[in-house]
Design a binder for this molecule. Structure first.
Ligand code: ARG
Length: 283
């Protein structure tokens, strides 16, 4: 009995040895190194950007002078002061810029889904948004402002004057939130800001709420419109997917540099970006 068992054990050992001997070339390499080290961490978004040689910015190009379409040399391009800012960020990172156009309301979802590395779209820092994304340091002071037909700024001079009126806003914006807080006002939300402006021109809404420099820009080119007053005070910043800290910190350093060397001021001047009245007074 003892002999049989010994024999069986011997057979088993032989089998095991045979199995080991049958290992494929390269198997040893594939085995994890037995030094207690973890597998290599996946590259951070910043490393991925540098490796791929490009950074993708998502924006809603319906917001002059921040980001908008223009025909340049016969070609439809997305331009604006913030697109030049994005360009400068890419240059500082040593990569190319790719602009991905989206609907403002879903830009942050695109960011979360990894469809873009950052969002630059006159995006205001809000506590709500901070729950789902991270923001850079602010680079621009702004205010949600009320644009009305020229001539009605006398009768629409404060929020309460909008009671009983229809306000056009862009879907998912802080302008939409501010307008909805006005008692008695009806709010009409548009996917594109431009559509709200067109309805104001056509008399289908009584007012439009948007960022100060943007409504100022529209009013400057359309004498039938004027900017009446401001509803909020806000700050614009670059949005990042939560946890992309390395990228966010790199962009913060770049923004500080672009402030210090006058690049941002030059863009503000070039695109005639109007600071809201109070921000001007604080200067
Ligand atoms: N500042 C506002 C917000 O963050 C509106 C921004 C709209 N931007 C645009 N590119 N249409 O909600």
């Amino acid at each position: 009995m003892k002999k049989i068992r010994t024999l069986a054990l011997g057979t088993l050992l032989t089998l095991i040895l045979a199995a080991c001997g049958g290992a494929q070339p390269g198997d040893q390499q594939a085995a994890p190194p037995d030094n207690g080290q973890q597998a290599e961490a996946p590259a951070s978004r910043l490393e991925q950007i540098k490796q791929s040689g490009k950074i993708v910015v998502a924006t809603s190009a319906d917001y002059p002078p921040f980001e908008y379409h223009a025909i340049i040399d016969g070609q439809d391009k997305i331009v604006g002061w913030e697109m030049e800012l994005a360009e400068a960020i890419a240059t500082e990172l040593g990569v190319k810029l790719e602009i991905k156009e989206g609907i403002f309301d879903t830009l942050l979802l695109d960011l979360d889904a990894g469809k873009a590395d950052m969002v630059i779209s006159a995006m205001t820092i809000t506590p709500d948004r901070l729950e789902s994304v991270d923001f850079s340091d602010p680079y621009w002071m702004t205010a949600q402002s009320v644009m009305v037909p020229a001539g009605s700024e006398g009768s629409i001079a404060a929020a309460e004057d909008l009671s009983g009126k229809t306000i056009g806003v862009q879907l998912g914006t802080t302008g939409e939130i501010a307008a909805k807080e006005i008692e008695g006002a009806e709010v009409r939300s548009y996917e594109l800001f431009e559509a709200a402006v067109l309805d104001l021109v056509a008399g289908r809404v009584d007012a439009v709420v948007g960022d100060y420099a943007v409504v100022k820009n529209y009013a400057a080119s359309r004498p039938e419109l004027t900017v009446a007053f401001e509803l909020t005070k806000e700050e614009n910043a670059v949005a990042f997917k939560k946890g992309d800290d390395e990228l966010r910190e790199a962009v913060n350093d770049i923004l500080a540099k672009l402030q210090a060397n006058g690049t941002i001021d030059q863009l503000i001047e070039k695109y005639e970006v109007a600071p809201p009245p109070e921000a001007k007074a604080e200067e």
